[in-house]
Design a binder for this molecule. Sequence first.
Ligand code: 2P0
Length: 332
Amino acid sequence: MDGTIGGDLTARARAHSNIALAKYWGKRDATLNVPAVGSISITLDALHTDTTVSFDTGLADDELWLDGREQPVGKVAVVLDLVRERAGLDLRARVVSENNFPTGAGLASSASGFAALAVAATAAAGIEATPRESSVLARRGSASAARSIFGGYAELHAGSSPDGSDSFAEPLLEGEAWPLSVVVAITDPGPKTVSSTAGMQATSASSPFYRPWVESAPAGLDRMRAAILAHDLETVGELAEHSCLALHSIMLTTRPALIYWNAATVAGIHAVRALRAGGLPVYFTIDAGPQLKALCRPEDAAAVSAALAAIPGVAETRTSTLGPAARVVSKS
Ligand code: 2P0
């Protein structure tokens, strides 16, 4: 490709958000964006990003339009540069991205966003990429995005190679093999005040519990993987809650403290535990934001949603089943 064919290097992709059941927080290599620990996630059908990438001779600089507003390009340029390098392409790109859910609020918009970007940019540049290559590419934008390349259950490996090439996600189990639901309770749709990247940098620099977190991660991943493959909701749920609370323990002991929860988040934790005490198998998880996600069987989702929606401060609930892999939806 010689970069002279403007106008027709356009592709649109859709990728879904994901929620980690075994969490990642902290980098092994900040420049290459390699996570310090592995993680295991589920991809959510109800939350997605649609991204169109157009490489265009008429552009002097890359542009990013997110939910209708122009934004600083940031790490989008890292992903575009890698694609340009592989394709031998010397054209700037316009990236137009839309989320069907609140952006930057702990609902993994960077995961779906960078996964959609990686897939759309590769297709727009006219090059082939295996899912593993797309996963590595998406990871350069946001580590959790490596997991959103896949549907169902996925695992992101921390890897050990200095160039980060063995830090990729791969499918663990198809969603259809073990359908679960997630009820998302949105307690504050506004963007978080401390980004995940800045927050985890502060945690690794200052929490006394960060090292034990990194050291205990492999054993937690082994247990979570086995429980998912055994379709054992009780164990998956117990491990997911523990991983979530361990994550928030290192956040709370960061200096200055990262307190992502609000009152409704805490009320949601108690509501989930009360439902469970009443016999419903439901488990919570919370990311870098105040939203609570409740994991349950599809047949219990309506009862879980009703209980969470009744909490003062819960603005909205959204119920999701497990979602598909990132994919190209159109190309010209
Ligand atoms: C996770 N989170 O495993 C953890 C749990 C939030 C809490 O991955 O710096 O947006 O872009 O790699 O992937 C959010 O962090 O951070 C995240 P970067 P990312 O889902």
